[in-house]
Design a protein around this ligand. Structure first.
Ligand code: ADP
Ligand code: G6P
Length: 407
């Protein structure tokens, strides 16, 4: 790609509740877009959340909280409430960055709960906004080129948040559950409605396939137990009634097969809902990732333990193309047959989706649909950015050629 600097950054926004994997997603996305490992802003606040990776910078919208932890207690508001965000400053600074000006962004320190002196952020070529409310203020929303909302089922959200807050933030399980409950109303009021506004919605749900597989295993075990008991009762010369009763009792005695083995994380069904909404000015940057044809309806089990579905649906009155991945990816090489059937992925070569998952394999979700879908989104963002650079390079060449002709 020619060396041109894009001066009007493409803005990618990611909204979701706390503990829904925003940071994890952005780490994967910025690594894939830039081809290098993201770092915390060099020279930034010691507890900054701002990530820099090559042409991409990700800012965390928690930095625009209006009140610090003490202030929230004083005003009796949660960090999720709209009235706890400084949307005017958020808008002004996102606009400045989009127009190529550096900003002095405030910092919310999650460790101390204080709003600290600002850090300087230079305008990047790709700007990521991650937070609770990227789409709530219409002025900010209008600056965003591609908006994603991650919608995580409560039971999975609770499991993820407990995993993080207990291990990394020193909270007890009861504290985490109580914090989720306390904020639920604000989540419903201020955060969740953004799923109607996003261009892409990623739903993270409990696996249906795992449930079906557990039910099938349980049925097979019950069958075998009933069979064995019936055969023994028959051999002992029991009456037909007694044989049936023994078989039924043996089947009932088989313990339920758990959907997720104890101690294992819940298996996921991940849906990438790609909304075909017209953007003002007709500038929709996303062409849906699809299986075979954009209009296909597909249900496919490429191998045991994974099911792919693709088709069209309605999403709040708009048409949408939905790609669903249910189950666990085995070896990453198992991804190749799946990848071969995906179209409009933004890849430069066959096998690149598997390659990017391997490269970002240390991040959670690399072996299921959550990582796969994040990688697909990242590859497309990278492609959109590359296309902008190429367009700019072409325009610069044309201007130079015109100038040369005039001279
Ligand atoms: P957020 O930034 O939205 O608060 P994080 O990215 O910090 O969320 O993730 C919260 C917790 O969930 C972390 O412990 C993380 O490891 C876990 N997590 C995030 N994404 C996934 C995923 N795709 N699969 C499994 N666990 C995940
Ligand atoms: C969660 C949210 C953050 C918010 C924080 C505030 O962690 O994800 O967006 O900034 O809560 O709560 P705190 O625990 O820092 O008072």
């Amino acid at each position: 790609c020619p060396v041109v600097r894009v001066t009007t950054p493409i803005i990618f926004a990611l909204g979701a509740d706390s503990g829904c994997g925003k940071t994890t997603f952005m780490r994967r996305l910025s690594a894939i877009v830039s081809g290098c490992a993201p770092k915390l802003l060099p020279g930034g606040h010691p507890n900054t959340n701002t990530l820099v990776a090559g042409p991409m910078t990700v800012i965390c919208l928690d930095d625009y909280h209006k009140y610090d932890r003490k202030g929230r207690a004083l005003h009796n508001v949660t960090a999720l409430a709209s009235e706890c965000q400084d949307f005017d400053l958020m808008y002004q600074q996102v606009k400045d960055l989009k127009e190529g000006r550096a900003v002095h962004k405030p910092v919310y320190d999650h460790a101390t709960g204080t709003l600290d002196p600002p850090e300087r952020v230079e305008p990047p070529e790709v700007l990521g906004l991650e937070g609770l409310h990227p789409l709530v203020d219409p002025r900010v929303r209008d600056l965003v080129d591609l908006a994603v909302y991650v919608d995580v089922a409560t039971e999975i959200k609770v499991a993820w948040k407990i995993g993080r807050d207990v291990a990394e933030r020193g909270h007890s399980v009861a504290e985490v559950v109580s914090s989720i409950t306390k904020r639920l109303l604000d989540f419903r009021k201020a955060v969740e409605p953004q799923r109607e506004l996003a261009d892409l919605v990623i739903q993270i749900l409990p696996s249906e396939l795992a449930k079906e597989q557990a039910a099938a295993r349980e049925a097979a075990l019950r069958d075998a137990a009933a069979h064995g008991a019936a055969a023994a009762a028959q051999a002992a010369g029991e009456s037909a009634e007694a044989v049936a009763a023994v078989a039924a009792a043996a089947a009932a005695a088989v313990p339920a097969v758990p959907v997720t083995p104890p101690g294992c994380p819940p298996r996921l069904r991940v849906r990438l809902i790609q909304v075909l909404r017209e953007k003002p000015g007709g500038a929709r940057v996303w062409k849906p990732v699809h299986v075979l044809e954009e209009s296909s309806e597909v249900q496919w089990k490429p191998y045991n333990g994974i099911r792919i579905r693709y088709g069209s649906e309605d999403w709040y009155g708009n048409p949408a193309r939905v790609l669903e991945v249910d189950g666990q990816l085995g070896q990453l090489s198992d991804l190749l047959p799946i990848e071969r059937h995906l179209r409009a992925t933004g890849c430069c070569y066959e096998g690149e989706v598997a390659r990017t998952l391997l490269d970002t394999g240390a991040l959670p979700g690399s072996d299921d649909g959550s990582g796969l879908v994040a990688a697909l989104v990242a590859l497309k963002v990278r492609q959109i950015h590359e296309q902008r650079r190429l367009k700019l390079a072409r325009e610069e060449r044309e201007v130079a050629a015109r100038k040369a002709a005039e001279e």
